[in-house]
Design a protein around this ligand. Structure first.
Ligand code: ADP
Length: 351
């Protein structure tokens, strides 16, 4: 192989996209390493086969992109379809094709590129699920509020004050749930379109943590969980968006309480370090399955232990983007049935 050819082969092999080159009879003539990875076939296995036998795409039978070029003399760009891998897995891809003809219009060969879009398709599906779950949860809160509101308006004879109070309490609780849900959704949309803007000002972490503690203490006590705040020294004043930081602490504490059982302990600790401030929220609850840990901050990801508990898998994704927006980072350590600790580090000075 001459040097130039070897160089072209190297380029095709290095492209982070599957490239399949076919000859004039639609037989595979080149197959780069991404094509091997995507389809599961080694180059030696694919070589010489009709491309439809290897790719088994939804388009192969009636809508072959290369035949379409032959018929209509136009190239296929970025068409979504799926292929079947050697292991019979359905892989969603975006396919593009181009063909080379001789002077008489006879096909000399063609090239197909396939981009793996499985993750994108999964995200779209999850987003769809999320929207319907959100609508469902909003609807059930609203239906409750509506029904109780009507009852209070009609005020049947004999409705005592205690009942009336109970209804008002449920209405208030459901309305607060709706508000939190909408807040999460708005924050998520802002994050997605990149318009999450922080309003930074001098913020006392001591004050923030004290207020969060006071806010959550009664709720923890109601669930027979002991909430502790351990801050030894005075914490520095940092440049932060206090409202957004509050959302971070609220989300982490909501989770710590949600995934703990009665008689558990949730501890908030904070410490000043050389360049940063560390805040950790630890619980001794049900913990996180090791298989979920790498994805726990992903949007919509809900751990397998979360089944049966309220949530939409948005909280930690929001927490992470707010912390990173502040130039900080967040880590998690967890063990099933032992507990979880979320530790965030915020820079003392923003660069
Ligand atoms: P949600 O709580 O709405 O499911 P989050 O994004 O807040 O969504 O959390 C994602 C997942 O992380 C949860 O579904 C749960 O599996 C796991 N998780 C978060 N915090 C904890 C915790 N303190 N203990 C155990 N699991 C947790």
């Amino acid at each position: 192989m001459n040097e130039r050819l070897a160089f072209y082969k190297f380029i095709i092999d290095s492209l982070p996209i599957a490239v399949v080159v076919i000859d004039s009879e639609f037989r595979i003539a080149e197959f780069n390493s991404w094509a091997e990875k995507l389809t599961g076939y080694a180059w030696q296995e694919a070589k010489g086969h009709h491309c439809g036998e290897i790719l088994r795409s939804g388009m192969c039978d009636d809508n072959c992109p290369l035949k379409a070029i032959l018929n209509r003399a136009e190239s296929t760009v970025g068409v979504r379809t799926s292929i079947l891998s050697k292991k019979e897995e359905v892989i969603h891809v975006q396919i593009s094709a181009a063909a080379l003809f001789d002077e008489e219009g006879k096909l000399l060969g063609g090239v197909e590129t396939l981009l793996d879009i499985s993750q994108l398709v999964a995200l779209e599906r999850e987003r769809g699920n999320f929207i319907s779950m959100l609508a469902h949860d909003m609807r059930s809160s609203l239906t409750g509020i509506h029904g109780l509101g009507l009852r209070l308006l009609r005020k049947p004879v004999g409705m005592d004050e205690e009942k009336e109070r109970q209804y008002l309490e449920i209405i208030t609780r459901e309305a607060a749930k709706l508000e939190a849900l909408i807040d999460d959704f708005l924050e998520f949309s802002r994050m997605e379109i990149g318009t999450l803007k922080l309003n930074l000002s001098a913020t006392s972490l001591d004050k923030e943590l004290e207020e969060v503690f006071e806010n959550y203490e009664p709720r923890a006590a109601q669930n027979r969980i002991s909430l502790e705040l351990q801050v030894e020294d005075v914490l520095p004043i940092i440049d932060a968006d206090a409202n957004r930081l509050r959302r971070v602490f609220d989300n982490l504490l909501d989770n710590a309480l949600k995934f703990s059982s009665a008689n558990g302990t949730v501890t908030i600790t904070a410490q000043e370090r050389e360049q940063e401030v560390m805040v950790a929220i630890a619980d001794d609850g049900i913990g996180i399955d090791p298989e979920d840990l790498p994805y726990i901050f992903d949007t919509f990801h809900r751990g397998r232990t979360a089944a049966g508990r309220e949530g939409h898998g948005l909280g930690l994704a929001t927490v992470k983007s707010i912390v990173e927006g502040h130039g900080g980072r967040i880590i998690v350590s967890s063990q099933p049935n032992v507990g979880s600790t979320f530790t965030l580090f915020l820079p003392k000075k923003r660069s």
